[in-house]
Structure formats: C-alpha cells, structure tokens
Write a protein that binds this ligand. Sequence first.
Ligand code: ZN
Ligand code: ZN
Length: 153
Amino acid sequence: MSPPTSDPGLADRVARLERDLQLLKNGVRLLGLCPCGNCGKYFQSSDAKALFDAGELVCRACLPEWWEGIEATMSIADRQALEHKLARWLVANYNAKIIRDAKKLPRAEMVTLKMVVACEQCNGTAKTETGAICRNCEGRGTVWVIELRPEFQ
Ligand SMILES: [Zn+2]
Ligand SMILES: [Zn+2]
C-alpha cells in the first residue's frame, strides 16, 4: 500500500484545507478572538476574565485541571511567579479571596476553586529576611486562594 501523500489529488486537497484553516484563523484573530490553549474554545481577547495568560492562554474552565498538570513540571521559581500572577488574576476577575488562616477557610461546598500558593511576602520560605516567622502566612509559607460560589460571595 502506498502512503497517502503519493496521491497528488489528496495532497492538493490537504494543502488547500490547511490554507483555508490558516485564513480562518487569521479572520478569527481579526475579530478579537483567541483560543484557549487547552480546550481550543475561542474567547474575546479583550475580556480580561476569559483567558489567563500563562505564556499560553487558558480559560477559566480549564484552569484547575491545567494547573494540576503543569504545576509539577515547573521549577519552584517559575511556579511561584505564575502562582502569584494567577492569584492576582483570580482576585481581580473572579472576586477570589486570599485566606491566610486555616480557621477561616470556607466549607468545601461553598468553594468553586481552592489553590495553595506560596506566600508572596516570604516567597514560600515562611521566614522574614531577619529569620523571624512570616506574619503574612503565620509561618506556613503558603496561603490559600479561594473562589466562592456566587451565592456565597
Ligand atoms: Zn479551555
Ligand atoms: Zn509568608
């Protein structure tokens, strides 16, 4: 059996499809739409809530799963930088809260998203520059980013 590319008609059709697809993608970009790098759905790029810019663009629906997959592959410094950016994005766009005290964590059924991120004050070391316990995270080195269900906000 010969490989499919030896059929010149087929190769032409594939080339034409690829060209059409590229034109379509260009057109979509002109409309101000950008795809999520994970699920491929298109969103208005002017809508700051729609896609998180992590080098690649990720939509809110994909975020928890995508983060779980990528978290372990990054260096600690890269991960912490991205964690802080992500936390700020969730706070700015989804009314997420930074919680520093385990006693103040809301019940699981009230929460749509819960992430543990390195404390921004001590960079996850749990200590201040002078070696004292970091007050921002109470010596844990991490804080929680919590997004509540709309009915609890
Ligand atoms: Zn997505
Ligand atoms: Zn801290």
